[in-house]
Design a protein around this ligand. Structure first.
Ligand SMILES: NC(=O)c1ccc[n+]([C@@H]2O[C@H](COP(=O)([O-])OP(=O)(O)OC[C@H]3O[C@@H](n4cnc5c(N)ncnc54)[C@H](O)[C@@H]3O)[C@@H](O)[C@H]2O)c1
Length: 380
C-alpha cells in the first residue's frame, strides 16, 4: 500500500468556510494524512479544533513561521510534504513563499496573491525549487467541466465565437447596506482581500474557468464595476467584456449583490458547430445545443465521456457527485504529481493560472479606474 502523503494546513479552522471542503477532499482517495496545522491565529483555538478533529496536538503551532521551523527540524521522512493555505488572501503570498523556499509542496486557495508582482515572484521561486504548486479553482474538478474542456479541445464545437460566464451571488447584499458590517467583513478590506472584492473572490474563478474550458487566452478586457457606497472602496459587482482574437469575444458577469442568488456560476461556450453550457448549481448536467436539434444533456460516468472527465468520476452514472468530489479530484491530481505519477493536463490548476488570474484582477481594476477602457492582458 502506498504511504500517505504527509499533509499540513494553514487556516481552515473551525470558524472557516473552506476548511471542511479541503479536509473531506484530502480524505476522499485515502492519499493524505493530516499531521499538523495552524488552524487559527489563536493557538488555543487551533489546539481545541485539533482535539475536536482527533488530531494529535504536538504539531499544532502558533504561526506558520514556527510551524515551518519545527518541520524542518524533523528528519525528512517524518516531515510534512505538502501544506494547504486556506487563510484570508493577504497571507497566501508570505505563506506560499516561505513554504516553497523551505522545500514544501503547496496547495493554495485563490486568489493566489495580493498582486501580480507577488504572483510573478512566487512563480520564479517555484520554478527554482521544482515543487508542486496547485491553485484550488475548485470548479475545474467537476467531471462535466472536464468533459466540456475535452470536447472543446477535440474541436467538437468548431471555432469559438462567443463565451458567456456568469457568477452571481447575493451574500454581500445585507452586509453592504449595514455600515458596521461593511467595515468589518475581511473580503471588503483591501488590507486583507487585495485591490478587489468581487473580481478577486469570484470573478477570478469565472476568468480561470473560461480559459480552462476553452484552452484560449483572453487578450484584452473592458470592465465596469460597482461599489454601491462612497465609503466602500471595493467592487462588489461588475461586468467585463472579453476579447480573445479578432472575431472571438465574450462577457463575464459577476456580482455579490445579486439579491437572493446563492452560488449561481455558469459558463456557456458557443462555436460555429454547436454550444456547451454548464451550471454549478446543477453540476452533473452539461447541455449540448445544436441548430435544429433538441438540446442534449450529457452526464458523467458514461463511455462517451473523456478520460479527464472519467478520471473525476468515482461512481457509476446516476450517482450525483458534488463540490466535495470536485475538490477531491484536484487533491487526487496533486497526490499523483507529488508521488511522481503521470497525470492528465487539467487535473489541477497550477502556478500559471494564479499568475494569469492576478494579472486579470489588476487589469480589470485598471480598466474601470481609467474610465472603462480596453486594456491588454499580459501573456504569461
Ligand atoms: N476555491 C473556492 O471555491 C473558495 C471558496 C471559498 C473561499 N475560498 C478562499 O479560501 C480562503 C479562505 O476563505 P474562507 O471563506 O474560508 O475564509 P474564512 O474567513 O471563513 O476562514 C479563514 C480561516 O483562516 C484562519 N486564519 C486567519 N488568520 C490566520 C493566520 N494568521 N494563521 C492561520 N490561520 C488564520 C481563520 O481563523 C479561519 O479559520 C480565501 O482566500 C478565499 O478566497 C475559496
Amino acid at each position: 500500500m502506498a504511504q500517505k502523503i504527509k499533509w499540513g494546513v494553514l487556516g481552515g479552522g473551525g470558524d472557516s468556510l473552506i476548511g471542511v471542503l479541503h479536509r473531506v477532499a484530502a480524505s476522499m482517495f485515502d492519499a493524505y494524512e493530516l499531521l499538523g496545522a495552524v488552524f487559527n491565529p489563536d493557538i488555543e483555538k487551533s489546539m481545541e479544533y485539533a482535539k475536536e478533529l482527533g488530531i494529535k496536538t504536538d504539531r499544532i503551532h502558533p504561526n506558520f513561521e514556527t510551524m515551518i521551523m519545527a518541520e524542518l527540524a524533523l528528519p525528512q521522512q517524518e516531515r510534512i510534504q505538502v501544506f494547504s493555505i486556506l487563510t484570508p488572501n493577504f497571507l497566501h503570498f508570505p505563506m506560499a513563499k516561505k513554504l516553497l523556499e523551505s522545500g514544501f509542496h503547496v496547495i493554495c486557495e485563490k486568489p493566489m496573491t495580493m498582486s501580480y508582482a507577488e504572483a510573478l515572484e512566487l512563480q520564479v521561486i517555484q520554478k527554482s525549487t521544482g515543487a508542486i504548486f496547485a491553485l484550488t479553482h475548485t470548479y475545474t474538478g467537476y467531471p462535466m467541466v472536464r468533459q466540456m474542456k475535452s470536447m472543446i479541445a477535440q474541436g467538437e464545437l468548431g471555432d469559438i465565437q462567443k463565451i458567456d460566464a456568469q457568477y452571481y451571488q447575493g451574500w454581500i447584499n445585507p452586509i453592504i447596506h449595514d455600515v458596521n458590517m461593511r467595515k468589518t467583513t475581511w473580503r471588503l478590506d483591501p488590507e486583507k482581500s487585495g485591490i478587489s472584492c468581487c473580481m478577486g473572490d469570484i470573478g477570478v474563478h469565472a476568468y480561470q474557468m473560461i480559459e480552462y474550458v476553452t484552452g484560449m487566452e483572453i487578450s484584452s478586457i473592458l470592465a465596469d464595476l460597482n461599489h454601491l457606497y462612497n465609503d466602500n472602496q471595493m467592487d462588489i459587482d461588475g461586468t467585463v467584456l472579453l476579447r480573445f482574437g479578432a472575431f472571438s469575444k465574450g462577457v463575464l458577469r459577476v456580482s455579490q449583490i445579486a439579491t437572493g442568488e446563492e452560488n449561481n456560476f455558469s459558463v456557456a461556450v458557443y462555436g460555429t458547430k454547436c454550444a456547451l453550457k454548464w451550471e454549478q448549481e446543477n453540476p452533473n448536467y452539461l447541455y449540448l445545443l445544436e441548430e435544429g436539434k433538441p438540446m442534449q444533456t450529457l452526464k458523467p460516468g458514461h463511455a462517451y465521456n473523456s478520460a479527464l472527465s472519467l478520471d473525476g468520476t468515482k461512481l457509476p452514472p446516476g450517482h450525483p457527485e458534488g463540490i466535495f468530489d470536485a475538490m477531491g479530484n484536484i487533491y487526487r491530481g496533486v497526490a499523483k504529481a507529488i508521488r511522481g505519477l503521470n497525470y492528465l493536463e487539467g487535473e489541477f490548476p497550477e502556478m500559471t493560472d494564479g499568475v494569469r488570474g492576478m494579472n486579470f484582477i489588476e487589469k480589470v481594476i485598471e480598466s474601470h479606474d481609467k474610465g472603462n477602457i480596453w486594456i491588454k492582458l499580459i501573456n504569461n
